[in-house]
Design a protein around this ligand. Structure first.
Ligand code: NAD
Length: 384
């Protein structure tokens, strides 16, 4: 079948198997070409098929030679429907890992469920004994808890409505958007989905099964960003969930059984999750322009390479005064943020292309689904 992108709103409903494979390979090649610290050897990655989780898995395997167990929630191909890009990414990663003599197994199902936790832990017990690192990189719109309740997360403000610029990527126009405040129920639901409860559940389940080393390290990801985004992100409903995630890191470490938990504050990047947040995609496309012009732009793989090789496992972890890892250090530099702020105040539909790196944003968006990889013939028939 010849596979073309079909974009609906914030997602693309098709994915290109060969493109996904080529992009996984280029991430592997990036890691192979860099120097490596001495890191963990048996790594569980929850949310391993896309974005930061996939990059974390690749760095663990190719920097440290780690055996990796991934948990993903992805669709296989059926009939003329392609698989999801996370499915192709994972298949490609497993093939490359196998060829390179690296252990890699993946569990495909709802990471929030007890069933998937049990299946994953059984694989760890049988094949690896115990893990020495757990990377928690879930980004999900909803969670079903054990009693059958479905919680949906929202991307809203807390308290007051907030109006600012946003971009309509389809029509390439900039317009104002007002984001309404979340209700208390919506905030609680967002914390249930994106907070730390499930991370803690994973750690508890691994401990109960004796499937985690006493000196294991665990990390989950967060975002802070500049003032422009605070109302919708850091101070919004998702920010409440991230506060809970940070508190969970403290609780895991405070249990004092040797396991150390960290929050890594990562850079804003185009992923399937961030594309759905109002205001943020316009910020990201301006940020890309400024960071590229200043030669400090990074993607998921560069970020995760730096996290594991430079911030976490090169001697003692490098933390800020609140105990967080800061991979947003380059994004938040004063010179970068002052340029972004200036462009933000000027940007409108007419000057959009000159104030923002729209091409870079779009390129990254299509690449999420395997489109736009170098060396792939997108006119050729592929097995889906
Ligand atoms: P992503 O959408 O690229 O990846 C999310 C992963 O979670 C995918 O592998 C998906 O299959 C998996 N997943 C979703 N629901 C699942 C479920 N029920 N069971 C099993 N797997 C499931 O997201 P991302 O942007 O890489 O986000 C990962 C983390 O990084 C999130 O905590 C996010 O808040 C954080 N973060 C993202 C950014 C950004 O700009 N993208 C910045 C800082 C921090």
């Amino acid at each position: 079948m010849i596979v073309k992108p079909k974009v609906r709103g914030f997602i693309c409903t098709t994915a290109h198997p060969e493109g996904c494979k080529a992009l996984v390979k280029s991430q592997i090649d990036y890691v192979k070409s860099n120097v490596h610290a001495n890191g963990p050897k048996k790594v569980l990655v929850v949310g391993a098929s896309m974005g930061y989780g996939l990059a974390s898995r690749i760095v663990s395997a190719y920097s440290f030679g780690a055996a990796t167990v991934g948990v993903i929630f992805d669709k296989q191909a059926s009939g003329s429907r392609t698989a999801s890009s996370g499915w192709y990414n994972t298949k490609a990663f497993e093939e490359f890992a196998k060829a390179d003599g690296l252990y890699a197994k993946t569990v495909n199902g709802d990471a929030y469920s007890k069933e998937i936790k049990d299946q994953t832990i059984e694989i760890i017990k049988n094949d690896l004994g115990k893990v020495d690192m757990v990377i928690y990189s879930l980004a999900a719109p909803r969670r079903t808890t054990a009693d059958g309740t479905v919680y949906s997360s929202v991307l809203k403000t807390v308290g007051e409505p907030y109006t600012n610029k946003t971009i309509d990527l389809k029509t390439k126009t900039v317009h104002d958007i007002t984001v309404e405040p979340a209700t208390d129920d919506e905030i609680n639901a967002t914390v249930k989905v994106m907070g730390g409860e499930d991370w803690q559940d994973w750690i508890n389940a691994l401990k109960a099964a004796d499937a985690i080393e006493d000196n294991a390290v665990t990390v989950a990801y967060s975002y802070i960003g500049p003032d422009i985004t605070h109302a919708i992100y850091a101070d919004g409903s998702i920010g409440k969930a991230k506060d809970h995630l940070f508190q969970t890191a403290k609780n895991i470490t405070a249990a004092d059984d040797g396991i150390k938990a960290y929050i890594s504050v990562n850079k804003a990047l185009v992923t399937q999750s961030s594309a759905a947040i109002p205001i943020v995609p316009l910020y990201i496309s301006i940020l890309y322009k400024v960071m590229k012009e200043n030669n400090v732009h990074e993607g998921c793989i560069e970020q995760m390479y730096r996290l594991l090789n430079e911030k976490l496992f090169k001697g003692e972890p490098v933390l800020d005064e609140e105990g967080r890892i800061r991979l947003d250090d380059l994004e938040m530099q004063d010179n970068i943020q002052s340029e972004v702020k200036k462009l933000w105040s000027e940007i409108n539909t007419e000057n959009l292309e000159s104030c923002a790196d729209l091409d870079g944003y779009n390129e990254d968006f299509y690449r999420l689904f395997g489109f736009g990889a170098d060396g792939v013939d997108y006119e050729a028939d592929v097995e889906i």
